[in-house]
Design a protein. Sequence first.
Length: 481
Amino acid sequence: MRIPRLLRTSIVRFAASYTIVFCISAALLLGFIYNATVRAIDAEIDTALETEMAILIEVSSRSGLEALIDLVRERSADPTRADNAYLLVDAALQPVAGNLAQWPVSGTRRSGPLYFEVQRQEEGVLFSRLYRALTVTLPGSGQLLVAHDVHRRVGIQQLISKALAWGLAATLALGVVGGMLSGRALLRRLGTIADTSARIMDGNLADRIPVSGQSDELDRLAVQLNRMLERIEHLVEGMRSVSDNVAHDLRAPLTRLYGGIETALLGQPELSSYRSALEQALFETDRVLRAFNAVMSVAQARSGVLRSQMRPLDLIEVVADAVDLYEPSIEERGLVLDLAFPPGPAPILGHRQLLAQAVVNLLDNAVKFTPSGGVLRVSVTRSDSEAGVCVADTGPGIPRELRQRVLAPFVRGNDCDGVPGSGLGLSLVAAVAQLHQASLVLEDNAPGLRVTLSMRLASGPPRGFPTRRGSVGDSRGFTAQ
């Protein structure tokens, strides 16, 4: 991995920004500790110096100059006060008593106390000491100085300064190293996602983004992207299958359409033959258009683009309207219709047109495959959480091993010879169920087929729907005359 590429990553920029902020915070904290420590040491030294100065002034005031001189000499020689310096001078700044050779004329004042340096020699080594001093002018123009060696404070200052420098350096190094390591790990995982995306764009729709198992944001992103890829693969495979099936199933009616028109043109120019050819062409064209419309409906339902058009509606009303539409066909076939609706509405959130088409397809299959005298039962169920529609017939049914296959486009059962249809009815029902996140179950009705479509109940009944067929378990039976 190239370093410039790593430096351009967001994680490294974030780590650098965090490191700078942390360094500034650490510097401010150490600076506060440094300042507080120095102030505490200075306050302690000043307190000691003021106490010492007060004692000497009190002795001078009560016992006179000679007593002060004796006390200054005594304290200057006291080994327990080795860090203190004393000096009593006359008006001409000539030393009278103390352990300093002269009055510090080169000292500096820093907000009150006097600072000066003294060259001392211990065990043959010459070194410099910094003192912090208080001075006072005595009666008679003499002056008194009391000082304290502040080398310990200087040592603490240097220690804190070194700690600050090393701390900032360590923080900066850790931040840079951590940012580089984090950036490398992140780039590896992002690189894996990019490589997988490239393979998918090259046509390998079955490839998936690996999940590391760390359950972090990138894993959650990978899971969502894999779900999206599975959905895209499913749609692409469905589109490919539908395209192949459309090409296969529409070849026959288009060939018949072409052949009928060609035959009419090549034959004798008679009005009856032309009319017959046009009627056949109209029939085949209508069949092609129905197939195309069914394919479009399946594609729209499977794509999910119509989910935004879902509205609150009453499932009972949708089913009842479909039954009303098919009652003449049921009566013509000589079937017994048995209806069972619960009292009150069955509120759901759905696409009215597609739901109605799904129910119509179920009714159409039941009417086509149920022999005369058979029973067609249509019921709506409602529980605390679900509402469903069930269409059951007494026809030949569908074998268990074929029930999943017939939900695919252009797939028909074994007993469909001579029965009109394109094999798109149940595939549209399955697509509508997918759009509504509903369950679709095909079961044996012994004899016949029972199809149940169940979906979640809406939070409340839709407004504005009239109550239909007002009794519980409303059932009607009739036979064609």
